[in-house]
Design a protein around this ligand. Structure first.
Ligand code: S3P
Length: 344
């Protein structure tokens, strides 16, 4: 019943969207609402907004703002970006747009030279922004309003939005739980802590493959490495995901860092469900694991070189295995879990 108001994705802020990935997926045009999506209602462009648009222009995106507000307000925002050094030659705007009508969305694509398949809309309101994008056949990202304290006429709308969003998130959770969520990533990327937050949020079980192996063998991972070597451990790893695969729907599976290195393992993981790569920097890993003694592959004199070399050699394998990539540096498990859920 509410489907026409559902966004394609939800992300907490316009500033947290993974634009590099959107570009890599072939999107070339971004249409934005301004008020409460990019700055507070009526506010001028600030440095944060200018930095974002400088980055997007550099990436190669065309941009168009569509606002139901007056020309003065929209032009003021646009001028503010230009005055802060943003190249506005492929940035456009449409004022008094009359969202949710289709016309401004279609005009925006014409201005940017994009089409429905290469354009994304970003806005904070369901019944104007997102509904209009859906009517125009454009994928949309709903963001949280920048200022939670809003004018009185919008407060009632937000109550209605809440009802729609509740049903949207129920649908999303049901959809996710039909298969498994498989977390991959380097040691110290936070698979286990993100996995348990994620499972809690979605009402799913969380299984950690290392713990599964330890429970099955009655031995610590480091002892298995020491007594029988890495090759033997890898066999146990493959056997464990193979065992889990038949009963993985509705579970979050947190894999050991080396699991996606073998092609046969990746095939099993993909059979289970969506594979999510927690992409972490070597600096974060080193900070988190500086005192760790449980990872045999990192027990070297020069830990920094060990992490950097291993990570570099694995980078392409992780990327190739992943359906979803989440950059995790500086983010809490809570935030990462929300980002994952918002990808569905
Ligand atoms: C390994 C990662 C470890 C564990 C083993 C090998 C790896 O799991 O499976 O020490 O090759 O990256 P975590 O990623 O959970 O630390």
């Amino acid at each position: 019943m509410f489907k026409k108001f559902y966004p394609w994705r939800r992300v907490s802020s316009s500033y947290d969207i993974d634009y590099e990935n959107l570009f890599a997926d072939g999107y070339r045009g971004l249409i934005y609402d301004i008020d409460n999506t990019l700055v507070m209602h009526g506010a001028d462009a600030n440095d944060r907004a200018a930095d974002l648009f400088k980055k997007l222009v550099k990436l190669g995106f065309g941009i168009c703002f569509i606002s139901n507000n007056k020309e003065e307000r929209v032009k003021r925002f646009y001028d503010g970006l230009r005055d802060r050094g943003t190249d506005v030659s492929n940035i456009h705007y449409i004022y008094k747009a009359d969202k949710p009508k289709r016309k401004p969305y279609l005009s925006a694509m014409k201005l940017m030279g994009t089409d429905k398949n290469s354009t994304i809309f970003i806005g904070d309101q369901l019944f104007t922004d997102i509904y209009g994008a859906n009517r125009s056949g454009i994928k949309s990202i709903l963001v949280n309003p920048i200022n939670p304290k809003e004018e009185i006429q919008i407060v009632f709308k937000r109550k209605l939005e809440k009802i729609v969003l509740r049903s949207y998130s129920k649908m999303t959770k049901e959809l996710i739980a039909k298969r498994a969520l498989v977390l991959i990533g380097f040691m110290g990327s936070g698979k286990t802590s993100v996995g348990s937050v994620l499972a809690k949020k979605l009402g799913m079980d969380c299984v950690d493959t290392d713990k599964y192996i330890e429970a099955g063998t009655g031995k610590k991972i480091s002892d298995i490495f020491a007594e029988s070597g890495e090759e033997y451990f890898r066999k146990l790893e493959t056997a464990s995901i193979d065992n889990l695969a038949d009963d993985s729907a509705g579970r979050v599976i947190c894999c050991g860092g080396g699991t996606p290195l073998l092609e046969k393992n990746v095939k099993i993981l993909k059979r289970m469900g969506k594979v999510i790569w927690l992409d972490v920097s070597p600096e974060t890993v080193l900070e988190r694991l500086k005192d760790d003694t449980t990872r045999p592959l990192l027990q070297r004199e020069d830990k920094e070189t060990a992490v950097k070399e291993l990570m570099e050699s694995r980078y392409e394998k992780y990327r190739a295995a992943a359906d979803i990539i989440i950059k995790v540096d500086g983010k809490t498990p809570e935030k990462i879990a929300d980002e994952i859920i918002n990808c569905f």
